[in-house]
Write a protein that binds this ligand. Sequence first.
Ligand code: ADP
Length: 503
Amino acid sequence: MVAQVKHFINGAWRPASDGGTFASINPADESCVAQVAAGTSADVNAAAASAKAAFPAWRKTPAPARGEVLYRAAQLLSERKEDLSRLLTREMGKVISEARGDVQEAIDMAWYMGGEGRRLFGHTAPVEMPDKFGMALREPVGVVGLITPWNFPVAVPSWKLFPALVAGNSVILKPAEDAPATAALFVQICAEAGLPPGVLNLVCGAGETGAALVAHTDVRVISFTGSTDTGLQVYQRAARLGKKVSLEMGGKNAIIVLEDADLDLAAQAITWSAFGTTGQRCTAASRLIVQREVHGQLAEALTEKARALELGDGLDESVEVGPLVNEAALEKVERYMGIAREEGARVLTGGARADLGQGWFFQPTLLDGVTRDMRVAREEIFGPVLALITVDSMDEAVELNNEVRYGLSSSIFTRDVNRAFHAMRDLSSGIVYINHGTSGAEIQFPFGGIRETGNGMREAGQAGLDTFTEWKTVYVDYSGRLQRAQIDTEALLQDAPGEGGDS
Ligand code: ADP
């Protein structure tokens, strides 16, 4: 059944202003999942007007009441988890167990940020004058624009939406063009939880729609997750308009395996991190940096595991690896195979499309003999491809881990506690795992990366509120007179007892 997906503006579902639509395609069988309204700048204008009008009342709604709406959203998302997960799998291809995990992250985030309704901690500090009080409070910013990718089509919007809402902002979500029906169902469920009209708006469309959102002067914050190229463009355009921007972009994450590691554990974790979600996670492991002593044994174990993975339609519970999201993604991975061969890498397994009769499948691939300067060791491929790089020491491994342009997640396998602590100190990325793959973030901790992965902001945890709040500092002078004097430190010191004092 082909669904019709519309924009959601001011509490109502609306077609595009010019009637335009585009198709959302199931990457496992190339069928059409939905016909989707293609957002124009007139649609973005309408969404911005609706969000702007809704902001004053939402801002003044007590934060605990805003939190209650998020609790209801968590409940409704739990009730609709299976519907949402199945639609998610049909629309972007990840296997159903992972789709359930994607939705669960949104449920967890709704509970967590719902609790912020009764926290949203500010702080007080001592002040310099008598009969005076000082405090710093978090304030909402206004209308915020969320631009999200297709690889976590429920989790990533939720990481942005729930902190934005609990803080009192109104929101326009522009989801990825490869998963808009999933975003629409997510928005519908959140709206049913009791959001007033205009507080949450959805405008579907591709890059131009996102660009219109970035350009709209009433949208004061842009929270973006996607590729580094697009993210940096968004950053520049938004900066010219003085907007606050949060960016989560590319990755080239490495797992380091030292010679003392538990190799069985490492092999399981690497397989999951490299080939889970068909390698299309921002935290996927695309480099394996392995110490020479254990290279042969680990490469053999990984080859066996990669070959055993079952590919297919993610709705089939036994399938372990779904398709790539679209044909362009498949072609990109294929292009990198040509590059790898030209550069002298050796294919241990995979290296080509998987022919399942339909859909955009690629075989889980291991490239051996990769060196640090090869493009496959430095560039984000975003597919089921792992590059094996052999090193002679932990120092070399850390240096290789840290030298790429991205810095999202790193992992190390070792049984030596001293080396584990050295790694925690020296691995340069936003997230570090010890004896675990590169993925598996928990929503109560900050998530994000350094270098060209991000711009210093973080999602999730308490840090996730920073994008969507401004600090307001309030001073209250209850002395009844104009107090201007600062502390006279010299006088204080003169009054103080001298050395060897007599007090
Ligand atoms: P991917 O390569 O994973 O598709 P993109 O970075 O192109 O990632 O897309 C991530 C999100 O950014 C999507 O919602 C997409 O529509 C949006 N987008 C793409 N181009 C632009 C742009 N120029 N301005 C704003 N948003 C954009």
